[in-house]
Design a binder for this molecule. Structure first.
Ligand code: SAM
Ligand code: SF4
Length: 355
């Protein structure tokens, strides 16, 4: 099976084959063998996208998930409810693909917010079309938004995303700010190609009241062109930014938060760097992922998935679904191993997992 065929790697479909829970303590929380507890739920809701970022999607987009295989708004909300109520999730973040490609996004947020009392509801988005929907989304219960933007240069944006849509993204950012979404976080993937525009992007973010975070590119591009030798790392970025800005030492209040924050020119503006490859935060990872097809993925890099959609559609009750989810997370691997010689890329690319 090739990555371009998307595929569902290693899914446990047989309800008789619950992942092993040998040695698992009797606790409702999503604990794993390394003592980590998941509190942050990432929910992918589609494989479709309005962009084709080269570090993520193939040029032709991902193969369409058959409609019947996609979780419905009701099913998503049911699993979010189990996650928050029974498994202790604090944060629920919708992602994809591009969440705004779902026509029923407002319904997904509204139904999820209803059953996720006490948890924050957020979304990672490219912001295309956000200007038309942000008010409805906020009214439905959306608390926070992370917007992905790698460059403020229109030509560069068009090359990187294979679509000339920068003005739509900027309109989405403006609208989110007008709707009171604060602080607005911008995520930028670090690539050799984007390094030259990093200073401009940070300047733009500071001027426009956005909190910018750079992310080291991970080997999760569908085109498989990522190469460790050619990767731009946090140190290289810091050197480039350091020539233009005064950056002061990072403060890290929450060890499970992946971004290291730097004060820019004495503050209050900051810049974050998520060194996911060179300074892996796997040991503090507190995430559990639900794919758009309803499987639990315990790690971005772990292809062994557990099929909650099958269970749910087979009539399983919430208690049983929660037990399977716990078992799936108990088997979470220690880390991504990207820096090891024998590293093997996962079958799914980022857009097919949900970043
Ligand atoms: N379409 C939405 C967006 O772009 O924000 C949500 C889905 S996207 C897969 C989620 C995040 O993953 C984005 O911030 C994107 O920049 C990031 N991403 C995608 N491919 C990546 C890669 N190979 N390495 C690191 N981050 C990546
Ligand atoms: Fe689409 Fe987001 Fe992937 Fe870019 S990063 S191709 S916007 S899913």
């Amino acid at each position: 099976m090739t990555r371009l065929e998307l595929g569902l790697p290693g899914i446990r479909r047989d309800p008789a084959r619950m992942p092993s829970t040998l040695g698992r303590p009797d606790t409702p929380a999503l604990i794993d063998k390394f003592g980590r507890v998941a509190r942050d739920l990432r929910v992918s809701i589609t494989e479709k996208c309005s962009l084709r970022c080269t570090y993520c999607m193939p040029e032709q987009g991902l193969p369409a998930i058959p409609r019947d295989n996609l979780l419905t708004a009701t099913e998503i909300a049911r699993l979010v409810g189990i996650g928050v109520r029974d498994l202790g999730m604090h944060d629920v973040r919708f992602t994809g693909g591009e969440p705004l490609m779902r026509v029923d996004l407002v319904e997904i947020i509204a139904r999820s917010a209803e059953v996720a009392q006490g948890a924050s509801i957020s979304m990672t988005t490219n912001a295309i079309g956000l200007d038309k929907r942000v008010d409805a989304l906020v009214a439905a219960g959306l608390n926070r938004v992370n917007i992905s933007l790698d460059t403020v240069d229109r030509d560069h944006f068009a090359r990187l995303t294979r679509r000339d849509r920068l003005p739509s993204v900027l309109a989405g950012i403006k609208a989110a700010q007008a709707a009171g979404v604060k602080p607005l976080k911008i995520n930028a993937v670090l690539m050799r190609d984007t390094l030259g525009g990093a200073v401009d992007l940070l300047e733009w973010s500071l001027e426009n009241g956005c909190r910018l975070r750079f992310i080291e590119q991970m080997p999760l591009d569908a085109d498989e062109s990522w190469a460790r030798d050619n990767m731009v790392d946090a140190a290289e970025l810091l050197a480039v930014l350091g020539e233009r800005f005064e950056l002061t030492a990072p403060t890290r209040e929450d060890p499970s938060a992946p971004a290291e924050e730097w004060l820019v020119n004495g503050g209050p503006g900051t810049v974050g760097i998520i060194a996911s490859v060179t300074r892996s935060f796997c040991a503090d990872c507190d995430r559990t992922r639900l794919t758009a097809e309803g499987t639990i993925r315990s790690c971005l890099f772990g292809d062994d998935e557990t099929d909650l959609r099958g269970l749910m559609r087979g009539g399983a009750d919430d208690h049983t679904i929660a037990e399977w989810w716990r078992a799936a997370m108990w088997g979470k691997q220690a880390g991504h191993n990207i820096n090891a010689d024998d590293f093997i890329r996962p079958l799914r690319s980022m857009g097919a997992i949900g970043g």
